[in-house]
Design a protein around this ligand. Structure first.
Ligand SMILES: Nc1ncnc2c1ncn2[C@@H]1O[C@H](COP(=O)(O)OP(=O)(O)OP(=O)(O)O)[C@@H](O)[C@H]1O
Length: 276
């Protein structure tokens, strides 16, 4: 991690707790969470612990609140008018992400996000990856920037495909490459946690398989939370699975167990394709 100056660290004491020296076993704790969009309640009494350096999958039928909860973890919902937590708390490595000292912009660097539809900037491949680094405080030499861009592209399993065309537009890449570019962009600022909202929904099976391989590799260093409509993907990629229904967490547990021996009949019906 590029740590920035000691002055930067001193200015952000609580937010800095989100980046612990040691990885604690629980990355994210959700405690009695209620969430509403205006008068419409979208999440009801969600209690959950997500393990660090593991993949957790959120599954459930459309509208059950998966994306809403995912977007709570980096306070993306702050940007939605009238959207708010009405009860409860979210802690990342024990730090309350709604504490007044927490800078949401810094939080979003530590808790990166990849969306369903890849969204590279209309810039070069290099500039897409360097973007977050350039707007961070603290100067970097060109060599440091080059190294960081290469590191992120390698981590996103894209380097070998783009090393000779770093200054071509990111928009000229295939859909799967664009999604890996977006992952590289998120990784460049060295997050702890990567949120993935249906990252393969727009990809063909080969591109999907590459992203899934990448997820398996990335979990050695990052905590990953993935929203997916694909039961096969959840079963293949995740260590923990959480099933939501109508804004409530119905069941969560070890993925193998949830898929082979679900405790709740609604979970069993959903994973066997009876509704959703
Ligand atoms: N910006 C918003 N304003 C108002 N209501 C919203 C907003 N975003 C989501 N909702 C509502 O909140 C509920 C949960 O939506 P959410 O997108 O979290 O579900 P989801 O499980 O991710 O669905 P999908 O699988 O279709 O993406 C739904 O009833 C949805 O209509």
């Amino acid at each position: 991690m590029t740590t920035g100056t000691s002055a930067t660290r001193a200015a952000l004491p609580l937010a800095d707790k989100l980046k612990p020296k040691r990885v604690t076993p629980t990355a994210i704790e959700v405690d009695q969470l209620d969430f509403a969009y205006g008068a419409k309640q979208a999440l009801f009494d969600v209690n959950l612990e997500l393990p660090a350096r593991r993949v957790t999958a959120f599954i459930g039928p459309s509208g059950c609140g998966k994306t809403t909860l995912l977007r709570c973890f980096n306070r993306m919902n702050d940007l939605v008018p009238e959207a708010r937590l009405t009860r409860g708390a979210i802690r990342i490595h024990s730090a309350d992400i709604h504490a007044p000292e927490v800078d949401p912009t810094l939080l979003r660097k530590r808790v990166g996000m990849v969306f369903q539809k890849s969204n590279p900037f209309p810039k070069s491949i290099y500039d897409n990856v360097a973007y977050g680094l350039r707007i961070q405080r603290g100067r970097r030499s060109r060599v440091q920037l080059d190294e960081a861009v290469e590191r992120a592209l390698r981590a996103a399993a894209l380097w070998d495909e783009v090393r000779d065309r770093l200054h071509d537009s990111g928009l000229a890449l295939s859909g799967g490459q664009q999604q890996r570019l977006c992952i590289a962009r998120a990784l460049a600022v060295e997050p702890d946690i990567l949120l993935m909202d249906e990252p393969c929904a727009a990809l063909d099976p080969i591109a999907t398989a590459k992203i899934e391989e990448l997820i398996a590799e990335l979990k050695r260093r990052y905590t990953i939370v993935i929203v997916t409509h694909s039961m096969q993907q959840a079963a293949r990629c995740s260590d923990k699975t959480c099933f939501f229904y109508m804004g409530r967490l119905v069941e969560s547990g070890d993925t193998q167990q949830v898929f082979s021996k679900p405790a709740n009949p609604q979970t069993a019906a959903y994973i066997s394709g009876h509704f959703g």
